[in-house]
Design a protein. Structure first.
Length: 450
């Protein structure tokens, strides 16, 4: 799965137009320096291309995380270089934008927006803790990738993507997709899949080989995201494994795609499915050369995984595809601010989303209308079925423990390996389910406390 997760949305970064009213006086006792400077590890990126917002949005980068702000906040950050006073920043912003800004307005925006986000260095001896709150919210979300471990660094990935990006050259891409389509048509309409299913079930080790090929295809899938990002002008930040919902998954950090145009982001989203298709094509060609039917069963499993990845319900490739087509960075993180922007709420009662384009508003509303109740139903079933699920898991785990003990007694390494693997597969869904329940409970508690 591609995982552009390192992003602070406009609902957290003050991405709305501010009315700048004149204030009587300024003070530096609240941590705002007279000559503000950007914090360490903060970079100015520029305008965010092709978004779903009616107003232009801008990007800064902080510790590898993109922060989306309005042009007014971006221009203030641009002139916060340690040499300009608040008055000089106000004059420069007034000259370069449509806003009439006073020094008091700059002070207020630094205090309320840029400093809490960790974008401006505080005075010596001052501390700001608010910029860690966004990371805490993301880490506790049951729909976020958790327990992630990076296994491949950009240094190891770059040489591969430098070669594989050639697959996205328009002519070659079109030719490969066309050939893959023709071969799949032959598989399903002429050859059929009955023989391959029988071969996988009846051949010793056939199912195991199929699962291994599916896992290898999953790794190739992640390289597809990375190569697509490289082709569009971005750079992958790493690959690894993590826990999503209740299952372990592979992920590719394609956060850098946020600074690319819409179609470069879409290409990155579909890159994994494209490479899945190429891997399946390779297996079909290998079958034609060897006649080994189990390979075609692996192709069927890969095709099912491709369809699964296109689902927009959770953060699979289909979810990010829909988000990038509409120009909204992340549906789930924007749901609350979006709903508050659609209904009348008291001033200052929670962040609201900046105005969206009309068709984007329609898509977002329809998405929440369809997906919200479905996710609610799934959570309800998780809570009500968890005691029964836990009971079944404990019973199955006990049986596997007995098998493990027998294998240990007889020195049967194969039995020990299979029993250990089965116990691990039984435990992981329980850990994921407990994690989701605890996250939901803590989120509800924080909401009630606020």
């Amino acid at each position: 799965m591609n995982e552009p997760a390192l992003f602070v949305s406009p609902s957290q970064s003050g991405g709305q137009v501010f009315d700048c009213d004149e204030r009587a006086s300024l003070s530096c006792t609240d941590g705002i320096p007279e000559r503000p400077v950007l914090a360490a590890q903060v970079q100015l990126i520029g305008e965010m291309p092709e978004t779903g917002f009616t107003e232009r949005q801008w990007l800064l980068q902080r510790d590898g995380r993109f922060v989306q702000v309005t042009e007014l906040l971006y221009r203030i950050a641009e002139y916060a270089d340690g040499t300009h006073t608040l008055t000089e920043i106000a004059e420069a912003v007034t000259q370069s934008t449509a806003w009439m800004v006073e020094a008091a307005d700059v002070h207020q925006l630094l205090q309320d927006k840029l400093l809490p986000l960790g974008l401006i260095a505080p005075l010596a001896g001052e501390r700001t803790t608010a910029h860690g709150s966004e990371e805490t919210r993301r880490a506790s979300s049951p729909l976020a990738l958790s327990l992630r471990v990076q296994t491949l660094s950009p240094r190891l990935i770059d040489p591969l993507t430098r070669v594989l990006q050639v697959c996205y050259a328009p002519f070659l891409l079109f030719a490969l997709v066309l050939v893959a389509g023709l071969f799949h048509r032959w598989l399903y309409h002429q050859h059929g899949i009955t023989k391959s299913i029988e071969a996988a079930l009846q051949t010793p080790g056939g199912l195991l080989l199929s699962l291994v090929l599916v896992c290898v295809a999953g790794m190739f899938h992640e390289l597809g995201h990375a190569a697509a990002l490289r082709y569009g002008g971005g750079r992958v930040r790493g690959m690894g494994i993590g826990l999503y919902l209740v299952y372990p998954v592979l992920y590719t950090d394609v956060t850098d795609s946020y600074r690319l145009g819409r179609w470069a982001r879409v290409r990155t989203d579909l890159g994994g499915i494209y490479f899945h298709l190429l891997f399946a094509l390779g297996l079909i060609v290998l079958f034609l050369a060897s006649g080994y039917e189990v390979l075609l069963f692996a192709v069927v499993l890969i095709n099912i995984e491709m369809l699964h990845q296109l689902l927009p319900l959770v953060r699979l490739d289909g979810y990010w595809l829909l988000a990038d087509l509409t120009g909204i960075p992340d549906f789930f993180s924007q749901a609350g601010p979006f709903l508050r922007s659609m209904v009348a709420t008291p001033q200052g009662k929670g962040e609201k989303l900046p105005p969206l384009k009309l068709w984007v508003t329609g898509v977002f509303s329809l998405y929440l209308f369809l997906v919200g109740p479905l996710l609610g139903y799934l959570v309800f079933r998780l809570l009500t079925d968890f005691p029964r699920f836990l009971s079944w898991t404990v019973e199955a785990f006990g049986k596997q423990t007995q098998i493990f003990a027998i294998g240990l007694h007889h020195g049967d390494l194969l039995r020990l390996l299979l029993a250990s693997t089965q116990m691990l597969l039984l435990v992981l869904p329980v850990i994921g389910a407990v994690y989701i329940i605890v996250s939901l409970a803590s989120s509800a508690a924080r909401a009630l406390w606020r």
